[in-house]
Design a protein around this ligand. Structure first.
Ligand code: MG
Ligand code: MG
Length: 265
Protein backbone atom coordinates (compact mmCIF):
# COMPACT_ATOMS: atom_id res chain seq x y z
CA UNK A 1 0.00 0.00 0.00
CA UNK A 2 1.34 3.40 -0.97
CA UNK A 3 1.27 6.06 1.76
CA UNK A 4 0.60 9.36 0.03
CA UNK A 5 2.17 12.45 1.58
CA UNK A 6 0.66 15.85 2.21
CA UNK A 7 2.56 19.01 1.32
CA UNK A 8 3.36 19.43 5.04
CA UNK A 9 4.75 15.92 5.24
CA UNK A 10 6.92 16.51 2.17
CA UNK A 11 8.26 19.59 3.94
CA UNK A 12 9.23 17.47 6.97
CA UNK A 13 10.96 14.97 4.70
CA UNK A 14 12.93 17.86 3.20
CA UNK A 15 14.08 18.87 6.69
CA UNK A 16 15.24 15.31 7.28
CA UNK A 17 16.96 15.34 3.87
CA UNK A 18 18.85 18.54 4.70
CA UNK A 19 20.38 16.90 7.78
CA UNK A 20 21.16 13.88 5.63
CA UNK A 21 22.84 15.96 2.93
CA UNK A 22 25.06 17.64 5.51
CA UNK A 23 25.86 14.33 7.23
CA UNK A 24 27.08 13.07 3.84
CA UNK A 25 29.26 16.19 3.56
CA UNK A 26 30.85 15.58 6.98
CA UNK A 27 31.76 12.11 5.78
CA UNK A 28 32.98 13.40 2.39
CA UNK A 29 35.38 15.81 4.13
CA UNK A 30 37.10 12.91 5.86
CA UNK A 31 37.00 10.39 3.04
CA UNK A 32 40.50 9.76 1.78
CA UNK A 33 43.00 6.90 1.56
CA UNK A 34 43.99 5.64 5.00
CA UNK A 35 40.75 6.42 6.81
CA UNK A 36 39.02 3.46 8.43
CA UNK A 37 35.43 3.03 7.31
CA UNK A 38 34.27 2.79 10.94
CA UNK A 39 35.63 6.31 11.52
CA UNK A 40 33.36 7.57 8.74
CA UNK A 41 30.42 5.82 10.34
CA UNK A 42 31.13 7.48 13.65
CA UNK A 43 31.31 10.92 12.03
CA UNK A 44 27.91 10.43 10.39
CA UNK A 45 26.25 9.14 13.53
CA UNK A 46 27.58 11.99 15.68
CA UNK A 47 26.50 14.61 13.18
CA UNK A 48 22.99 13.18 12.80
CA UNK A 49 22.48 12.90 16.57
CA UNK A 50 23.82 16.45 17.09
CA UNK A 51 21.03 17.63 14.79
CA UNK A 52 18.49 15.67 16.88
CA UNK A 53 18.04 13.10 14.17
CA UNK A 54 18.35 9.34 14.39
CA UNK A 55 20.41 7.27 11.92
CA UNK A 56 17.76 5.27 10.04
CA UNK A 57 20.01 2.34 9.28
CA UNK A 58 21.32 1.64 12.77
CA UNK A 59 19.71 -1.58 14.01
CA UNK A 60 17.60 -1.79 10.85
CA UNK A 61 15.96 -5.20 10.84
CA UNK A 62 17.34 -5.69 14.34
CA UNK A 63 20.75 -6.55 12.91
CA UNK A 64 22.31 -3.78 10.80
CA UNK A 65 25.21 -2.59 12.97
CA UNK A 66 25.93 0.91 11.65
CA UNK A 67 24.65 4.32 10.55
CA UNK A 68 26.19 4.06 7.10
CA UNK A 69 26.32 1.37 4.51
CA UNK A 70 29.87 1.58 3.14
CA UNK A 71 30.30 -0.55 0.08
CA UNK A 72 33.79 -0.80 -1.40
CA UNK A 73 34.58 -1.73 -5.04
CA UNK A 74 32.75 -4.99 -5.82
CA UNK A 75 30.38 -4.54 -2.89
CA UNK A 76 27.13 -3.24 -4.36
CA UNK A 77 25.28 -2.21 -1.21
CA UNK A 78 24.86 -2.91 2.52
CA UNK A 79 28.56 -3.17 3.35
CA UNK A 80 29.48 -2.76 7.02
CA UNK A 81 31.84 -0.06 8.22
CA UNK A 82 34.78 -1.57 10.08
CA UNK A 83 38.56 -1.64 10.29
CA UNK A 84 38.98 -1.53 6.52
CA UNK A 85 41.28 1.31 5.43
CA UNK A 86 40.36 3.11 2.25
CA UNK A 87 42.90 2.62 -0.55
CA UNK A 88 44.00 4.96 -3.34
CA UNK A 89 42.33 2.78 -6.00
CA UNK A 90 38.96 2.23 -4.28
CA UNK A 91 35.49 3.33 -5.15
CA UNK A 92 33.46 3.84 -2.00
CA UNK A 93 29.67 3.89 -1.97
CA UNK A 94 28.16 5.62 1.03
CA UNK A 95 24.48 5.21 1.76
CA UNK A 96 22.86 6.98 4.70
CA UNK A 97 19.41 7.58 6.14
CA UNK A 98 18.03 10.01 8.71
CA UNK A 99 14.87 9.88 10.80
CA UNK A 100 13.77 13.36 11.83
CA UNK A 101 10.38 14.51 13.16
CA UNK A 102 8.90 11.14 12.23
CA UNK A 103 10.13 10.99 8.65
CA UNK A 104 12.99 9.19 6.98
CA UNK A 105 15.29 10.40 4.23
CA UNK A 106 17.65 8.19 2.26
CA UNK A 107 20.41 8.96 -0.23
CA UNK A 108 23.62 7.47 -1.56
CA UNK A 109 26.72 8.52 -3.48
CA UNK A 110 29.73 6.63 -4.84
CA UNK A 111 33.13 8.30 -4.53
CA UNK A 112 36.22 7.41 -6.52
CA UNK A 113 39.63 7.79 -4.95
CA UNK A 114 42.17 9.48 -7.18
CA UNK A 115 43.86 6.28 -8.37
CA UNK A 116 40.70 4.85 -9.93
CA UNK A 117 40.95 3.80 -13.58
CA UNK A 118 39.13 5.71 -16.31
CA UNK A 119 36.80 2.79 -17.04
CA UNK A 120 35.64 2.80 -13.43
CA UNK A 121 35.16 6.58 -13.46
CA UNK A 122 33.01 6.07 -16.55
CA UNK A 123 30.89 3.55 -14.65
CA UNK A 124 30.36 6.12 -11.90
CA UNK A 125 29.54 9.00 -14.26
CA UNK A 126 27.10 6.91 -16.24
CA UNK A 127 25.39 5.54 -13.14
CA UNK A 128 25.08 9.09 -11.82
CA UNK A 129 23.63 10.19 -15.15
CA UNK A 130 21.18 7.28 -15.16
CA UNK A 131 19.82 8.45 -11.81
CA UNK A 132 18.86 11.75 -13.43
CA UNK A 133 17.36 9.98 -16.45
CA UNK A 134 15.20 8.06 -13.96
CA UNK A 135 14.24 11.25 -12.13
CA UNK A 136 13.15 12.83 -15.45
CA UNK A 137 10.64 10.02 -15.90
CA UNK A 138 9.35 10.21 -12.32
CA UNK A 139 6.42 12.47 -12.98
CA UNK A 140 2.70 12.43 -12.46
CA UNK A 141 0.96 10.33 -15.11
CA UNK A 142 3.98 8.17 -15.94
CA UNK A 143 4.49 4.69 -14.59
CA UNK A 144 7.22 3.15 -12.45
CA UNK A 145 8.32 1.11 -15.48
CA UNK A 146 9.20 4.35 -17.29
CA UNK A 147 11.75 5.14 -14.57
CA UNK A 148 13.34 1.69 -14.74
CA UNK A 149 13.33 1.67 -18.52
CA UNK A 150 15.18 5.00 -18.68
CA UNK A 151 17.91 3.76 -16.34
CA UNK A 152 18.24 0.29 -17.83
CA UNK A 153 18.25 1.26 -21.50
CA UNK A 154 20.92 3.92 -20.90
CA UNK A 155 23.37 1.83 -18.86
CA UNK A 156 22.99 -1.44 -20.74
CA UNK A 157 24.33 0.18 -23.95
CA UNK A 158 27.72 0.25 -22.17
CA UNK A 159 27.51 -3.46 -21.34
CA UNK A 160 26.82 -2.83 -17.65
CA UNK A 161 24.63 -5.04 -15.48
CA UNK A 162 21.52 -3.71 -13.72
CA UNK A 163 21.08 -5.35 -10.33
CA UNK A 164 17.64 -6.95 -10.08
CA UNK A 165 17.56 -8.07 -6.45
CA UNK A 166 17.55 -4.57 -4.95
CA UNK A 167 15.32 -1.68 -5.93
CA UNK A 168 14.29 1.87 -5.05
CA UNK A 169 11.31 2.32 -2.78
CA UNK A 170 8.75 4.61 -1.22
CA UNK A 171 10.00 6.51 1.84
CA UNK A 172 8.09 8.18 4.65
CA UNK A 173 7.32 7.16 8.20
CA UNK A 174 9.04 3.92 7.25
CA UNK A 175 12.39 3.76 5.51
CA UNK A 176 11.06 1.27 2.98
CA UNK A 177 7.50 1.65 1.73
CA UNK A 178 5.63 0.89 -1.47
CA UNK A 179 6.01 1.27 -4.34
CA UNK A 180 9.08 -0.68 -5.32
CA UNK A 181 11.11 1.22 -7.92
CA UNK A 182 13.23 -1.22 -9.96
CA UNK A 183 16.14 0.02 -12.03
CA UNK A 184 14.83 -1.99 -14.98
CA UNK A 185 11.44 -2.11 -16.57
CA UNK A 186 9.17 -1.54 -19.52
CA UNK A 187 7.77 1.73 -20.74
CA UNK A 188 4.16 2.31 -19.70
CA UNK A 189 4.15 -0.62 -17.24
CA UNK A 190 3.98 -0.82 -13.48
CA UNK A 191 2.39 1.34 -10.78
CA UNK A 192 1.05 4.68 -11.94
CA UNK A 193 2.95 7.68 -10.57
CA UNK A 194 0.58 10.14 -8.90
CA UNK A 195 0.83 13.26 -6.72
CA UNK A 196 1.66 12.58 -3.07
CA UNK A 197 4.10 9.78 -3.83
CA UNK A 198 7.57 10.10 -2.33
CA UNK A 199 10.14 7.54 -3.38
CA UNK A 200 13.84 6.83 -3.69
CA UNK A 201 15.40 6.12 -7.07
CA UNK A 202 18.69 4.31 -6.66
CA UNK A 203 20.44 2.72 -9.63
CA UNK A 204 22.88 -0.04 -8.61
CA UNK A 205 24.92 -0.67 -11.71
CA UNK A 206 27.67 -3.26 -12.14
CA UNK A 207 30.59 -2.99 -14.52
CA UNK A 208 30.20 -6.65 -15.45
CA UNK A 209 27.47 -9.17 -14.73
CA UNK A 210 24.24 -8.09 -13.08
CA UNK A 211 24.44 -11.12 -10.79
CA UNK A 212 25.14 -10.55 -7.14
CA UNK A 213 25.76 -12.73 -4.10
CA UNK A 214 25.13 -12.14 -0.42
CA UNK A 215 28.04 -12.62 1.96
CA UNK A 216 27.67 -14.85 5.02
CA UNK A 217 27.16 -11.81 7.28
CA UNK A 218 23.59 -11.70 5.98
CA UNK A 219 23.86 -8.15 4.62
CA UNK A 220 26.78 -7.44 2.31
CA UNK A 221 25.84 -7.73 -1.37
CA UNK A 222 28.69 -8.02 -3.89
CA UNK A 223 28.99 -8.66 -7.61
CA UNK A 224 29.42 -12.34 -8.40
CA UNK A 225 32.31 -11.57 -10.82
CA UNK A 226 33.93 -9.18 -8.30
CA UNK A 227 33.98 -6.31 -10.79
CA UNK A 228 33.14 -2.88 -9.37
CA UNK A 229 29.65 -1.53 -8.84
CA UNK A 230 28.22 1.99 -8.46
CA UNK A 231 25.23 3.32 -6.53
CA UNK A 232 23.63 6.75 -6.45
CA UNK A 233 20.33 7.59 -4.77
CA UNK A 234 17.94 10.52 -4.54
CA UNK A 235 14.41 10.86 -3.21
CA UNK A 236 11.69 12.59 -5.19
CA UNK A 237 8.23 13.95 -4.34
CA UNK A 238 5.55 13.89 -7.03
CA UNK A 239 3.24 16.87 -7.48
CA UNK A 240 0.57 17.46 -10.11
CA UNK A 241 2.73 19.86 -12.11
CA UNK A 242 6.27 19.09 -11.00
CA UNK A 243 8.65 16.64 -9.36
CA UNK A 244 10.88 17.82 -6.59
CA UNK A 245 14.19 16.19 -5.65
CA UNK A 246 14.13 16.16 -1.84
CA UNK A 247 17.64 14.93 -1.10
CA UNK A 248 20.80 16.79 -2.02
CA UNK A 249 24.32 15.89 -3.10
CA UNK A 250 25.27 19.55 -3.20
CA UNK A 251 26.96 19.67 0.22
CA UNK A 252 28.95 16.50 -0.26
CA UNK A 253 30.14 17.55 -3.71
CA UNK A 254 31.35 20.81 -2.23
CA UNK A 255 33.08 18.96 0.60
CA UNK A 256 34.77 16.19 -1.37
CA UNK A 257 38.22 17.29 -2.40
CA UNK A 258 38.58 15.17 -5.55
CA UNK A 259 36.36 16.80 -8.18
CA UNK A 260 35.89 13.80 -10.40
CA UNK A 261 32.57 14.53 -12.07
CA UNK A 262 32.80 16.30 -15.41
CA UNK A 263 30.41 19.19 -15.81
CA UNK A 264 29.51 18.19 -19.36
CA UNK A 265 27.26 15.28 -18.40
MG1 MG B 1 17.06 3.51 -0.48
MG1 MG C 1 19.87 4.40 0.60
Amino acid sequence: MVHYKTVEEVQLIKESAQILGKAHAEVAKRLKPGVKTKELDQIAEEYIRDQHGVPSFKNYGGTFPASLCISVNEVVVHGFPGNYEVKETDVISIDCGVLFKGFHSDSAYTYPMQGVKKEVLDLLERTYHSLYLGIEQAKSGNRIGDVGFAIQSYVEQFGYGVVRELVGHGVGRSLHEDPEVPNYGKRGKGVKIVPGMVFAIEPMINMGTRNVVQEKDGWTIRTSDRKPSAHFEHMVAIFEDKTEVLTTHEYLEEAYSYKWRSKSR
